[in-house]
Design a protein around this ligand. Structure first.
Ligand SMILES: Cc1ncc(COP(=O)(O)O)c(C=O)c1O
Length: 419
């Protein structure tokens, strides 16, 4: 029986496999499914770009070496968001020239990156000036804010006037002036308008990005970022990649007709590649209620420590109680932290309110699986709050074996840097 047959929506794991995870590695525990990772990556690699294509993995979504290894083997390149991620990608075996650094934080290692061949994306005029000083005469990318943003929530919107990401589109002339001062060539133009973007906004941003490209005669590569929406809950829509790809193809062909340039396309999804390939195996550790007019709460041993997204911006994740023969009940799932915001089921669209779910009535000791946990969960966890150790990560191999990627953190590791 799969967990979805047990009343939930995370068909990644059978009940038996979830039990095996708990028996061997304890809970809470992240688990990733290699077959799903590979299938999704192959689908993205087939993006029908007319004049060349590079698929970058936005490793901020999940920088586990085990996942990087899967994507490296399939030929993906990397979008790194800090000097530290560049280093992790290099250690995972990516070649420097496969890595594009797009960082909010001005890099402190520009000269080293340039020497090694890591490609730099200037996200502000200040960054562009610094690149020019460190590597005059080089080709660089610039990240522009096309003037439009979209995300699954306002907190995941990275474009438009309320976003600090990239260089505002009106400043194209300033970009050219700064680049010209140190002989930089703007070879790539990059935009990324938000995580979990509305596909229609994404399409509009494509046109706005190409209008910007038209102002930069040396641009040969256009990078349209990530942001392909994945509905983790069944009622949430997911991007239709074929439709987006057909649209982008048409835009690139039309651009060639009016401008003459055949642009190479890059995209850099994070969520799309990993979100549905991950889950958290957890245990129900207590069940409490607040009376007849109150709520029934299931306390899990996972919460904001492993999956911060519900607390941070009200994200919805499927939750399966792996129990049969129980009456259904309306349940609010909470995490183990002494923090009222440690809620796994905020109300959809209203992160301040509680969103009970109908599930088999939980009991202490039940196995529970939180789905859609491959992206921005292990990567964004509030490690060690209440001194809970960082959870282990496991790869479910296609032959059914469970491979340990990262052990559970020990208390000594938690305290190692205290002097
Ligand atoms: C520059 C950049 N590219 C790609 C991504 C990946 O976005 P998503 O995970 O929505 O595909 C992000 C996410 O924040 C980003 O900032």
């Amino acid at each position: 029986m799969t967990t979805s047959q047990a009343g939930g929506r995370t068909p990644l794991l059978s009940v038996e496999k979830a039990a095996e995870v708990r028996a061997r590695f304890g809970t809470p525990c992240y688990i990733y499914d290699r077959a799903t990772l590979e299938t999704t990556a192959r689908r993205a690699l087939a993006f029908p770009a007319p004049y060349g294509f590079t698929l970058r993995y936005a490793m901020k979504a999940n920088p586990s070496r085990g996942i990087l290894a899967v994507f490296r083997a399939l030929g993906l390149h990397v979008d790194a968001s800090s000097d530290w991620e560049v280093e992790r990608a290099l250690r995972a075996g990516f070649a420097p020239e496969q890595i594009l650094l797009t960082s909010q934080m001005p890099s402190r290692r520009i000269a080293e990156h340039v020497r090694r061949g890591v490609f730099l994306n200037a996200c502000s005029l200040h960054q562009l000036e610094a690149f020019g000083r460190a590597a005059p005469g080089r080709a660089v990318a610039v990240r522009m804010n096309p003037g439009l943003g979209s995300g699954s929530t306002k907190r995941t919107n990275t474009g438009g006037p309320s976003a600090s990401f990239g260089i505002w589109h009106d400043y194209a002339a300033e970009v050219k002036t700064v680049a010209a001062r140190s002989g930089l060539t703007i070879g790539t133009l990059h935009t990324h308008i938000g995580s979990g973007t509305d596909p229609e906004a994404w399409k509009r941003a494509t046109r706005m990005t190409l209008d910007l490209v038209a102002q930069f005669p040396d641009v040969a590569v256009v990078n349209l970022g990530g942001g392909f929406k994945v509905g983790r809950m069944p009622e949430e829509p997911s991007v239709d990649m074929d439709e987006v790809a057909a649209h982008v193809r048409g835009e690139l062909e039309a651009f060639r007709q009016r401008d003459g340039r055949a642009l190479r396309l890059e995209i850099e999804p994070g969520t799309y590649l990993v979100a549905q390939a991950g889950a958290i195996v957890a245990t129900c550790v207590d069940v409490v209620d607040t009376g007849r007019d109150g709520y029934l709460f299931a306390k899990l041993d996972t919460g904001m420590t492993e999956v911060t997204r519900p607390s941070l911006y009200g994200a919805q994740h499927p939750i399966d109680v792996l129990a049969t023969g129980r009456e259904p009940a309306e349940v609010v799932f909470v995490g183990p932290c002494c923090e009222s915001g440690d809620i796994l089921t905020p109300a959809p669209g209203d992160p301040e309110a509680l969103g009970p779910r109908w599930v088999p009535r939980p009991q202490t000791g039940d196995l529970v699986v939180v789905g859609g946990a491959g992206a921005y969960c292990a990567a964004m966890s509030t490690i060690n709050y209440n001194s809970y150790p960082q959870a282990p990560e496991i790869m479910l191999e296609p032959d059914g074996t469970l491979r340990l990627l990262r052990e559970r953190q020990s208390l000594d590791q938690m305290l190692a840097n205290e002097v």
